[in-house]
Design a protein around this ligand. Structure first.
Ligand code: NDP
Length: 394
């Protein structure tokens, strides 16, 4: 018996609402709130169970506090944008409600995202007796849990971690992002960053690539080194890791368009004058790009996201291992009306919240996923639509 407040009625919010509604024995009452009520109502109308809707600007903490006091949730699932993280955490502190998100805080003016802004809330959350679970999507999220699982079940020492994210799906558009365009482009155009022997190393954006042969009929694809936030918490929590990197696939068409947009200044995040107004080029670009939520019916193909880990196995021998999930865009669309990127993010958000409200994962403070026992999460992934596989490569 628990009450969940979902904030953000975008691509991911739609999946979270559907998935929470599928487990009425855990989430007895659901409220979906966002900046615009229309998107909330549209999603609510797709779901057979009754869910409440509300309009709220999550950056307005007093208004958000008012909504929280009215609905009285046990947990808030934040699937708005990373810009809202700290405001929603402030409202949780004021009202004493647990918090979960899928992306770490970044400020609109600085795309250099990292956990330090949220980790400093640890003491305040502990004192208030409430919990924050950070990064409960797929990557970050499931990739953190996969790493914790590998350590628990198979490795006596993990040496190298490569998180590999492949979207082999095709939506037929020359250029579209599969989650929020502004956040996606800020992430992809940033410098590549990885960890080696306790140091952070930087490379120019998308300047390092290699080919990886993906399972389940996907085959070889070019992967590009970039930075992802889970590396920061994973090297902190698994100290044996000498190297940790993150890789992602991109279609040639995506890269071609992205380069042109960058070259002409359309990905800039500073303000420019336009007809007497101040506009941010990337925000304008976002407003004319396809809404990721609209890609559901168009996207065909699969995603494959996993962790490639090498080190020493429990038996003392060298071990190379890959743990991954393969997800089919059309199958996701048939179930919840969304493509696989939103699905693979929304399902772990629901599972994380479920583990919090049932007490399986409960610890006051601010925590990353790998700090908890991976077992219950791994079991629920299989049950709720994200089955995983393991390959022992050597
Ligand atoms: P969308 O842009 O589709 O949805 C975001 C929603 O949040 C929109 O409905 C938006 O409203 C709403 N919103 C924005 N600002 C506010 C605000 N101030 N108050 C209330 N609501 C607000 O994004 P996605 O659904 O694609 O992504 C959601 C989150 O998931 C992002 O933080 C993204 O980084 C994260 N993500 C995480 C992944 C992971 O694996 N960990 C993978 C993919 C995404 P409006 O419609 O008015 O703009």
């Amino acid at each position: 018996m628990s009450r969940v407040l979902i904030i953000g009625a975008g691509g991911v919010g739609q999946v979270v609402a559907h998935k929470c509604a599928q487990v009425p024995e855990v989430f007895t009452d659901i409220c979906l709130a966002s900046r615009g009520i229309d998107k909330c109502r549209k999603i609510a109308s797709q779901i057979k169970r009754k869910i409440e809707t509300a309009e709220v600007d999550a950056d307005n903490v007093p208004r958000l506090v008012k909504l929280i006091r009215k609905f009285k949730p046990d947990v808030i699932i934040n699937v708005a944008l990373p810009y809202q993280d700290l405001h929603i955490m402030d409202a949780c502190l004021e009202t004493g409600v647990d918090y979960l998100d899928t992306a770490n805080y970044e400020s609109p003016g600085n795309p250099d995202f990292c956990y330090k802004w949220q980790w400093v809330y640890g003491e305040k959350f502990r004192k208030r007796g409430i919990m924050a679970l950070l990064g409960s999507g797929f990557d970050p999220g499931v990739t953190n849990v996969f790493t914790a699982w590998a350590q628990k079940k198979h490795f006596s020492r993990m040496d190298e971690l490569d998180i590999i994210d492949c979207n082999a799906g095709n939506h037929g558009k020359p250029f579209a992002t599969n989650f929020n365009p502004e956040i996606n482009i800020r992430e992809v155009t940033g410098k590549g960053r990885y960890y080696e022997n306790g140091k952070i190393k930087y490379v120019e954006p998308l300047s390092v690539s290699r080919t990886y042969d993906f399972p389940s009929g996907i085959g070889p694809k070019k992967i590009y080194l970039m930075y992802h936030e889970e590396l920061e918490s994973l090297v902190k929590n698994f100290k044996s890791l000498k190297k940790a990197r993150f890789w992602m696939t991109f279609s040639d068409s995506y890269l071609l368009h992205l380069k042109a947009l960058q070259d002409v200044g359309m990905t800039r995040i500073d303000e420019v004058e336009y007809k007497g107004m101040k506009i941010v080029p990337l925000q304008f670009l976002k407003s004319i790009l396809p809404d990721p939520a609209s890609l559901g019916p168009l996207t065909k193909g699969k995603t494959c996201i996993g962790c490639h880990i090498s080190g020493i196995g429990k038996d003392g021998r060298k071990l190379k291992y890959f743990i991954y999930n393969v997800c089919d865009h059309q199958k996701c669309y048939r179930e919840v009306g969304s493509q696989a990127i939103s699905y693979t993010t929304g399902v772990p958000a629901m599972i994380g919240a479920m583990l919090m409200v049932t007490g399986a994962w409960k610890k006051p403070g601010v925590h990353n996923m790998e700090e908890f026992d991976p077992e219950p999460f791994m079991v629920k992934l299989k049950k709720h639509g994200l089955p995983w596989k393991e390959s022992f490569l050597e």
